[in-house]
Design a protein around this ligand. Structure first.
Ligand code: WT7
Length: 631
């Protein structure tokens, strides 16, 4: 790609052009891809409905831009390097040619199993190359993938299958994670007891553990690809055809299926990948995320592969077999760009610099951060000990809904500042609004982060419920996309993300809706009512604090708390288990019956001396009781 920014003045120039004439800017970027038919119009939009269309009527297939576009000159270059959980197991390298062949074989296999363009396919699989192969095979035949993080419970999986009425699940027998072997297929079996749309389950053999295979429904991956051709004609897709659905939590109700479409997502993930990370041909790039999250979609699979990059996939965890594993992998594969989450940095920081000592880390050029605000201490540790003071940190702000990185330094180009995501990418027009919806112009302002012009990889809808999309993102501030984040623009015009302003908490870079956790807690038969808030947590960024009113009869407090945790584990998954549970006699409520979370947040944070006005409460006496019982 020839759209690479190399200097600060180059960035400023690009940015200005992108705002003055977005259509010209994006058509120039899109021109470096392979389209069967070019677009009639670059963008059409209004944020009222909302309706957003990019590269209207263009025809193409995203996998041709990943595979065929790169085969000619770099078919033998590594596309994916896979590092297994166990360092003694050999790693696997797939060249672009091999990736092409595997994607085509699996695409043919899926078709042979009855999957057609537009069908939804659930991918519930750990971090193995087949995860990427399955995603690309879906994209190849026009099926819509929905990857579900393999740590989610059977209940969460079943909800997602039912919401999108998927026809197929692609999974594995089990999963190696650190010293543990985790069941995967049995979770699928349980989930499918409460769904009716699934016709086939394809099972990859990974751990070799005993599993049940249901006749007529379940088939092994190695059996379905048996005899399949490596030739597959890519389905011709419209730029606005759906590419994937990814479920994410919000402040209300069940997770919603964020919909991304083919054309804009392709253009933006590739453009942002190349520029933010300053990827050069031959570099080895590693993002430690899981493909079950948007980071894995955009910056393990699509963005890097669209740029012909070598992308490393890691199956394991940062602390197995020891807390030097990340650094061992960086040295082993000579990683040039390393992209991880603040929670991982803080967790490793807790082990001191000892685990880093055996490693050189001299191949690293760029180090990145994503998922939550990075605190200054972690930023400095990352900069000094991992980047050895010579690698720029790219603190990348974005969301599942944005599809790609929107605010971030361009590595080595944008001067950085600890804990600042710095400046918007070209094409991105962030604005700060006060609570009345007034745009705060100029510098040194703080408020709600909104975006006022569409960008190619933004969400188009929430699956099956467009009104919910409008309500959630386009109704708080008329005419703007509202991110749900608070932000400050400092005296230099730099952006610092302050965290969510809605009822969403960010646990280890994973988004949790407080209502979702409350609903899960309330499933416990002894629970009468609950309220969940976030509180500062040393490693996770935010922890989950649950205030619960219970019927205590026949239970000790400890038993009950353990059971509540287990209920949440079962309904959502281990990531949603509350860190702290406080049994309370009541919850502070307004006269209209709304829980006053502001007060509960303060108590959880230990800021009990600044509770603010509690006189409007229906039951002010309950606040005292909660403070007394607090941790
Ligand atoms: C929320 C989105 C985007 C990939 C991972 C999370 C927070 C994300 C940053 C950052 C401060 C950040 C925001 C955002 N967030 N990156 N660099 N600095 N906060 O995706 O699950 O959709 O969550 O994560 O609060 O709204 P997600």
């Amino acid at each position: 790609m020839s759209n690479k920014i190399q200097t600060l003045s180059g960035y400023i120039y690009e940015y200005q052009r992108s705002v003055q004439d977005p259509e010209h800017f994006w058509s120039r970027v899109a021109d470096s891809f392979f389209w069967h038919k070019r677009w009639d119009k670059v963008v059409e939009w209004n944020f009222e409905e909302p309706r957003v269309e990019w590269f209207k009527n263009a025809k193409f297939n995203i996998t041709e831009n990943i595979l065929e576009r790169h085969l000619f000159i770099m078919g033998d270059k590594p596309a994916i390097i896979w590092e297994p959980n166990d360092p003694d197991e050999p790693h696997v390298t797939l060249t672009y040619q091999q990736l092409h062949d595997e994607v085509c074989r699996f695409a043919n296999a899926m078709k042979a199993q009855g999957i057609q363009k537009g069908d939804r396919v659930i991918i519930y699989i750990p971090m193995v190359p087949e995860a990427a192969i399955a995603m690309l095979a879906c994209a190849r035949i026009g099926a819509v993938h929905s990857v579900v993080f393999a740590g989610f419970s059977a209940n969460s999986l079943s909800d997602r299958i039912n919401d999108c009425q998927a026809k197929m699940v692609i999974t594995s027998d089990g999963n190696f994670r650190g010293s543990k072997k985790i069941d995967v297929k049995s979770v699928v079996d349980e989930a499918l007891e409460t769904t009716s749309s699934i016709e086939k389950v394809i099972v990859l053999k990974r751990t070799g553990q005993e599993i049940d295979m249901k006749d007529g429904r379940d088939i092994w991956w190695h059996d379905v690809i048996e005899g399949m051709s490596k030739v597959n004609k890519a389905e011709l897709m419209d730029a606005e055809d759906m590419l994937f659905i990814l479920y994410t939590s919000g402040s209300t109700g069940k997770p919603k299926g964020v919909v991304h479409t083919c054309g804009g997502y392709m253009v933006y993930t590739a453009y942002s990948f190349q520029n933010v990370f300053q990827y050069n041909h031959g570099d080895v790039y590693w993002c430690t995320a899981d493909v079950g999250w948007i980071t894995g979609h955009s910056y393990i699979v699509y963005g890097p592969l669209l740029c012909g990059a070598t992308t490393l996939m890691f199956e394991g965890v940062p602390t197995f077999p020891d807390p030097g594993r990340f650094w061992a992998i960086c040295d082993k594969h000579q990683v040039n760009q390393f992209y991880t989450a603040p929670t991982a940095i803080r967790a490793l920081q807790a082990y001191g610099t000892g685990p880093l000592e055996p490693y050189k880390l001299n191949s690293l050029r760029v180090i990145g951060s994503v998922g939550e605000p990075i605190n200054e201490e972690a930023w400095h540790w990352y900069h000094d000990h991992v980047g050895k003071g010579r690698c720029p940190i790219v603190d990348t702000w974005w969301q599942t809904e944005t599809g790609g990185i929107l605010i971030s330094p361009i590595a080595g180009v944008t001067p950085t500042k600890p804990s600042y995501a710095t400046l918007p990418m070209p094409g991105i027009q962030p604005v700060i609004l006060d609570n009345d919806g007034k745009e705060l112009t100029g510098n040194s302002v703080e408020g709600n982060l909104c975006i006022k012009y569409p960008w190619p990889s933004m969400l188009r809808t929430t699956y099956g419920d467009h009104e919910r999309c409008r309500q959630t993102y386009f109704s708080s501030f008329k005419g703007y996309y509202f991110t749900g984040d608070g932000v400050k623009r400092d005296e230099d015009g730099y952006y610092r993300i302050l965290g969510r302003v809605d009822d969403v908490i960010n646990v280890s870079g994973h988004r949790m809706g407080t209502a979702e956790v409350e609903n899960a807690i309330n499933e416990h038969p002894k629970v009468i009512e609950s309220a969940v808030v976030g509180y500062p947590h040393d490693i996770k960024g935010q922890g989950i604090y649950a205030y619960v009113i219970c019927d205590m009869e026949g239970r000790t407090e400890e038993n009950l708390k353990a059971e509540i945790r287990e209920t949440v584990n079962k309904i959502i998954g281990p990531i949603a288990k509350p860190d702290k549970i406080q049994i309370v006699p009541g919850l502070p409520k307004t006269r209209s019956g709304k829980i006053m979370r502001r007060i509960l947040r303060k108590i959880a944070t230990g800021e009990t001396s600044s509770l603010g006005d509690t006189s409007t409460l229906l039951n002010p006496e309950v606040v005292e009781a909660i403070i007394e019982g607090a941790f």
